[in-house]
Design a protein around this ligand. Structure first.
Ligand code: ISL
Ligand code: CA
Length: 564
C-alpha cells in the first residue's frame, strides 16, 4: 500500500493574497489580512495553506514576476508580518507552502538589470540572450530584424524581446517583464537552492512550483513545427535536463527538510507524470495535471461539460499513477474561472447544491485535494461587460493582439472571457454584506468585488448550518477521520453513466460509496448487486435518508454512504 505522510493526508487551501483580506484600507489584500482570518481557516479544517507569491514584485503578473526573492511585497506588508502569519499558522497546527516562481524573474530583478547591461556582464548567462535573424528588406532597403525563432509567448506575441542596449533578444515565455532564467548555468541553480533554503529555514513547509516543467530548454532554440505551435506548452515542457535539475534540487534542498512539493505541470502528460512524482524518483511529491480542469475548455472558449470525459480522466489517473505516484485533485485556482460556474450550475436554483456536490467529489477522490479561496462559499464568475472590467495581463495582451487588430470581434472576445478569464477567481473574497464585501475599507478595491456579495458571503455562511461553508467543513472532517478517503482504492462503479458519477473508496474493511448526480434533473440509479449499503454518512440534500438499492436522486444531489 501507500507510505503514509502528512502531505498525502492534507487538505490544501490556496490563498491569492491580493484578493483575500485588506487590513490597512489601501484596497489590496495583505499578510496581516491573512493573519486576521486564520481562525476562519482553522474552523474550516484545512491544514495546509498554499500562498500565491508574496515576494517583492512590480506586479506585471500579480507577483508571478519576482524582483527580490528574499523580500516581502511592500503592498502585502513586512517580513515581520510574514513571520507573525507563519507563527499563527503553526500555532493552529496548520502548515504553509509558498509559491516558487523560478522559471523566470521580473525584468527588474537585480540579476536581469545586470544581465542586460553588456554581453560580458557576469550575470549575462543568467538568462537567454540570442541574436536576431535577418528578415526581408524593409522600406529603407536594409534587412529587418526577426526574433531568433518562432516561439510564441503565453501572453501573446513572440517569446523574444529585442533589447537595444546590446542589440540582442532575450527569452520570455510569459510577459515581456518576465525573462526566463537559464537553468543550464550552475550559478542560477545554486541561487535558486539558496533562496529555497532561506524560506525553509524560516519554517515554511514546502513549495508549489510555478511552471516547473519549463526550466530546461534546448539552447539551440529550433523553430517549432506547425504541429508544435498548436500546443506550444507541451513543446516547452520536459526539456533535456528537467529531471536532472529536479533531482539535484531534491538532493540539495528538499531531502534535508520535511517538506511538501507540488509542481504546476504545464505541458506534462499523465504518462510522463510518474517520472516526476514516482516515489523512487526523488523529484517532486505531486503535480497538477491540467487534464480535468481544462476538460471543458478549448483555448479561451468553454466547451460543454461532459461527465464521461471527466470520469475517464480520473479512471486513467488511478491506472497510470497506481500506488507509487501521488496525485492531486483540483478544479479551480487563480488561473481558472470559478468552480461552481464552470463545473456546476451557478443559477439561483442550483448554486448551493451543485457547489456542495463538487466539494463532495474533490474531498473524496484519490489525491490531495486543493480548494481555492471562496470555493467554500460558492463564489461565482464575475459579470464582465467590457475590457475595462479586467485587470489580467493575459486578457489585456490578448485584447491588443486579437481585438484591436480586427481578428476577433470584441463581443465574442468579452463573452468568452466572461466564462474563462483568470480574473473570475481573482475578485476579492466576500467576507460580509457591508460595502465591498468587507474585503476593504477603501472606496475601491484593486479589482471589483462580485456584486453578489450581498447574498454570498462568509458571515452569512458561517452562521448558517446548511451553508456550503459548513458542508465543506463536514467533508473535510470526514476526510481527516477516515483514511479510506486518503489511501483507499478507487473504483468507478458505472463509467458509462452520462449523469451519475458513482465510486467506492476501499481500505481493508472500511468502504465508502459516493454517488453524485451531475445533472439538474432527477435520476434513478440502481447500485450493482454486490455493493451493499450500510448507512448514509453525508448528503447535500436532506431528502436522502432512505437506504435502498435504488436511489432517486434530485438534481445535483450528492450522497456518501458507508458500505457493508
Ligand atoms: O492560465 C493560463 C492560461 O489562462 C496558463 O497558461 C498559465 O499561464 C500557466 O498555467 C502558467 O501559470 C503560472 O505561471 C504564470 C502565471 O501567470 C500564472 O498565474 C501561474 O499560475 C507565469 O508565472
Ligand atoms: Ca492592504
Amino acid at each position: 500500500g501507500y507510505q503514509p505522510t502528512w502531505w498525502k493526508e492534507a487538505v490544501v487551501y490556496q490563498i491569492y493574497p491580493r484578493s483575500f483580506k485588506d487590513s490597512n484600507g489601501d484596497g489590496i489584500g495583505d499578510i496581516p489580512g491573512i493573519t486576521s482570518k486564520l481562525d476562519y481557516l482553522q474552523k474550516l479544517g484545512v491544514n495546509v495553506i498554499w500562498l500565491s507569491p508574496h515576494y517583492d514584485s512590480p506586479n506585471a503578473d500579480n507577483g508571478y514576476d519576482i524582483r527580490d526573492y528574499r523580500k516581502v511585497m511592500a503592498e502585502f506588508g513586512t517580513m515581520a508580518d510574514f513571520d507573525t502569519m507563519l507563527a499563527g499558522i503553526k500555532q493552529r497546527h496548520m502548515r504553509l507552502i509558498i509559491d516558487l516562481v523560478v522559471n523566470h524573474t521580473s525584468d527588474e530583478h537585480h540579476w536581469f538589470v545586470e544581465s542586460r547591461k553588456s554581453k560580458d556582464n557576469p550575470y549575462r548567462d543568467y538568462y537567454f540572450w540570442r541574436d536576431g535573424k535577418p528578415g526581408p528588406a524593409g522600406s529603407n532597403g536594409k534587412p529587418t530584424m526577426l526574433p531568433p525563432n518562432n516561439d510564441p509567448s503565453f501572453f501573446s506575441g513572440s517569446a523574444w524581446q529585442f533589447d537595444p542596449t546590446t542589440d540582442q533578444y532575450y527569452l520570455h515565455y510569459f510577459a515581456v517583464k518576465q525573462p526566463d532564467l537559464n537553468w543550464d548555468n550552475p550559478k542560477v541553480r545554486e541561487e535558486v537552492y539558496s533562496l529555497m533554503r532561506f524560506w525553509l529555514d524560516k519554517g515554511v513547509d514546502g513549495f508549489r512550483m510555478d511552471v516547473i516543467p519549463l526550466i530546461s530548454k534546448n539552447p539551440a532554440f529550433p523553430d517549432l513545427t506547425p504541429d508544435q505551435l498548436h500546443n506550444y506548452g507541451n513543446a516547452y515542457a520536459n526539456g533535456p535536463h528537467m529531471h536532472d535539475y529536479l533531482q539535484e534540487m531534491n538532493r540539495n534542498v528538499m531531502a534535508r527538510y520535511d517538506v511538501m512539493t507540488v509542481g504546476e505541470a504545464l505541458g506534462i502528460s499523465l504518462e510522463q507524470t510518474p517520472l516526476m512524482v514516482g516515489d523512487n524518483r526523488n523529484e517532486l511529491n505531486m503535480i497538477f495535471n491540467f487534464d480535468a480542469i481544462r476538460s471543458n475548455r478549448d483555448g479561451i472558449k468553454l466547451k460543454p461539460f461532459d461527465l464521461l470525459t471527466l470520469k475517464a480522466i480520473y479512471a486513467r489517473h488511478a491506472e497510470v499513477l497506481g500506488i507509487h505516484s501521488w496525485d492531486t485533485v483540483f478544479l479551480s485556482n487563480h488561473d481558472n474561472p470559478r468552480i461552481v460556474s464552470t463545473f456546476g450550475d451557478d443559477s439561483p436554483e442550483f448554486r448551493v447544491t451543485s457547489a456542495k456536490l463538487l466539494a463532495t467529489m474533490l474531498l473524496t477522490l484519490r489525491g490531495t485535494p486543493f480548494l481555492y479561496q471562496g470555493d467554500e462559499l460558492g463564489m461565482t464568475n464575475y459579470p464582465f461587460r467590457s475590457i475595462n472590467d479586467f485587470d489580467d495581463i493575459e486578457v489585456k495582451n490578448a485584447y491588443k493582439a486579437n481585438v484591436l487588430t480586427g481578428k476577433v470581434p470584441e463581443e465574442t472576445f468579452i463573452t468568452d472571457l466572461r466564462h474563462t478569464s483568470r480574473d473570475n477567481s481573482r475578485t476579492p473574497m466576500q467576507w460580509d454584506g457591508s460595502a465591498n464585501g468587507g474585503f476593504t475599507t477603501a472606496a475601491k478595491p484593486w479589482l471589483a468585488e462580485n456584486p453578489n456579495y450581498t447574498q454570498i458571503n462568509a458571515s452569512v455562511e458561517v452562521a448558517d448550518p446548511n451553508s456550503i461553508y459548513n458542508y465543506t467543513r463536514k467533508l473535510i472532517d470526514l476526510r481527516h477521520a477516515h483514511r479510506a478517503f486518503v489511501y483507499g482504492e478507487y473504483k468507478d462503479l458505472d463509467p458509462e453513466n452520462k449523469s451519475i458519477f458513482a465510486y467506492t473508496r476501499t481500505l481493508g474493511s472500511d468502504r465508502y460509496l459516493v454517488v453524485l448526480n451531475f445533472s439538474s434533473g432527477p435520476v434513478a440509479y440502481t447500485l450493482p448487486a454486490k455493493v451493499k449499503v450500510d448507512s448514509l454518512v453525508l448528503s447535500n440534500l436532506d431528502s436522502a435518508g432512505l437506504v435502498t438499492d435504488t436511489f432517486n436522486l434530485a438534481g445535483w444531489e450528492a450522497r456518501i454512504y458507508k458500505l457493508r
